[in-house]
Design a protein around this ligand. Structure first.
Ligand SMILES: Cc1cc2nc3c(=O)[nH]c(=O)nc-3n(C[C@H](O)[C@H](O)[C@H](O)COP(=O)(O)OP(=O)(O)OC[C@H]3O[C@@H](n4cnc5c(N)ncnc54)[C@H](O)[C@@H]3O)c2cc1C
Length: 474
């Protein structure tokens, strides 16, 4: 491979490319909906949903669609879509298990069912978007998983065999075929999945779901943080910053934030994931890339990038540096980190040297609700009157709908094919408390980076975690 171009490694050039990048997520940098006020006094509802991201809004919409007479209120502590749901890459995947390999490692017998349910889930998202006229740029663009080292290519070949055994129609591409789709000198080959991924504007999807739910009578309140949760005879009492809410049933969809259900807290750590967006590509820059299919792309390392085009022809480029800060730090200062942004900008230019001179318009980070098994879990509490659903670990744009549906099944006491899944019945292993948590996560991050440097070979620490079914990812 040729050495990386100077622009990819010169810190001054990278800083110049990033200078002036706005610290606001690209998806939120424009007209945002009018704020929805907190409740005017105490509320009594059939269903309270805590959290106004995609998970909470899917729960509200699905509940309202299934039973129009049920009174539903969404309680959002800040603004709809301000957190992960408005800060993500917009890859809306059919995977419910954070990818095939993770699902096969944990629930091999259930994978055919989980794959089918995932495809049905993505179809149902598309159907909802069409039925409610949600203008979120939903496109079935498909996905390219690219190998930039020989060991990644070997992994993709193996993954393709496993996928084919399960009936998937992914296509293995060699370097020439792949580069004809998207021109990068770093590509050695890849896997093309045509059906499993749609791309969306995630903030507009979130707002669209809220509009659809409100159209069916759901009350959506912003600026209403839930500060306490208690059993109240046949109801649950929710103390909020805007009065008291009593609900027959409660969905907790609070993602990486400390759950009002204290028992749920050890299962999730907030992992900061950084994203850059470039200025719109010129016609010449676009022509130099190809990318006619506009697929979402990710590379196949343990530390991986994900990237895609936006509707107005920019590149969104994120991932790689999954950061955990001591004490599960969620403070706003974590939204910018010069070293990570410089590194991501350099990686983009290494991948696409033909874009030398490009500038970045946006740079931000968001907190991911990482759990030790990288996919959603559900916890029932208060005699089955409350269910927490979280832990999507960076692949929740699509899976959030499934997660919400399962939470409603559990609250209704329904036994369904979904609630019978081992994935649903068993929670993940919790993280240890601090300071052990921080030490274990840093050791795991170092081990993952070392495996990527050493031809994918997993050292003793990672192999031990693998055996225990534990991991760390974004
Ligand atoms: C940088 C980044 C990139 C990502 N990229 C992708 C991707 O490309 N594809 C993908 O599938 N997934 C991706 N994800 C993950 C994805 O964004 C989420 O899994 C998905 O949006 C579901 O989010 P959520 O609704 O569970 O959480 P959030 O969107 O974080 O919503 C949780 C909400 O709960 C509210 N809340 C918390 N506590 C309380 C309380 N006590 N009272 C009231 N409200 C409360 C918060 O204010 C917040 O609005 C990414 C995430 C990040 C951060």
């Amino acid at each position: 491979m040729n050495p990386p171009p100077q622009a990819a490694s010169d810190p001054d050039l990278l800083d110049a490319a990033l200078e002036g990048a706005r610290a606001v997520p690209y998806w939120l940098d424009g007209a945002t909906p009018e704020p929805l006020p907190p409740p005017d006094g105490d509320l009594v509802v059939d269903l309270a949903v805590v959290g106004g991201g995609l998970t909470g809004l899917w729960a509200a919409l699905l509940a309202a669609e299934a039973e129009p007479d049920r009174s539903v209120a969404v309680l959002e502590g800040a603004r709809l879509a301000w957190a992960a749901s408005g800060r993500n890459g917009g890859f809306c995947s059919s995977s419910l298990t954070h990818g095939l390999a993770n699902g096969l490692a944990r629930w091999p017998e259930e994978m055919p069912t989980l794959l089918r349910m995932g495809e049905e889930n993505l179809d149902a998202i598309e159907d909802t978007v069409r039925r409610h006229g949600i203008d979120c740029g939903f496109t079935r663009a498909g996905e390219l998983t690219v190998a930039v080292t020989p060991w990644q290519m070997a992994d993709l070949v193996e993954q393709n065999h496993a996928a084919a055994d399960l009936g998937a129609r992914d296509e293995l591409l060699d370097a020439v075929q792949l580069r004809a789709l998207l021109a990068s000198p770093t590509y050695l080959g890849g896997l093309r999945s045509v059906t499993g991924t749609a791309l969306v504007d995630p903030a507009r999807l979130t707002w669209g779901l809220a509009d659809a739910a409100r159209g069916l009578g759901v009350a959506v309140h912003e600026g209403t943080r839930v500060t306490g949760l208690a059993d109240d005879d046949r109801r649950v009492r929710l103390d909020t910053t805007a009065g008291r809410v009593r609900a027959r049933r409660v969905v907790l969809a609070t993602s990486a934030f400390p759950s009002p259900l204290r028992r749920a807290r050890p299962f999730v750590v907030p992992v900061w994931d950084h994203v850059l967006v470039t200025e719109p590509l010129t016609e010449q820059q676009r022509a130099g890339l190809g990318w006619a299919g506009g697929e979402g792309v990710s590379d196949a390392g343990n530390q991986f990038h994900y990237y895609r085009l936006t509707g107005d022809g920019r590149i969104l480029w994120g991932g790689y540096d999954a950061l955990y800060y001591f004490g599960s730090d969620l403070s706003a200062r974590r939204v910018r980190r010069a070293a990570t942004e410089r590194m991501l900008a350099g990686h983009l230019l290494e991948t696409f040297p033909q874009l030398s001179g490009i500038r970045f318009s946006h740079a931000w980070a968001g907190a991911i609700d990482t759990c030790t098994r990288f996919s959603a879990f559900w916890l029932s509490a208060l005699g089955g009157k409350a269910v927490a659903v979280q832990g999507f670990t960076g692949l929740g744009v699509g899976a959030s709908r499934f997660g919400a549906q399962v939470a409603l099944d559990l609250l209704d006491g329904r036994s369904t094919a979904r609630t019978e899944l081992a994935m649903v019945r068993r929670p993940p292993t919790p993280f240890p408390p601090e300071p052990l948590r921080w030490a274990a996560i840093q050791a795991t991050r170092r081990a993952i980076a070392a495996a990527d440097r050493n031809g994918g070979r997993r050292g003793l620490w990672l192999r031990t975690l693998d055996r225990l079914g534990l991991g760390y990812d974004s």
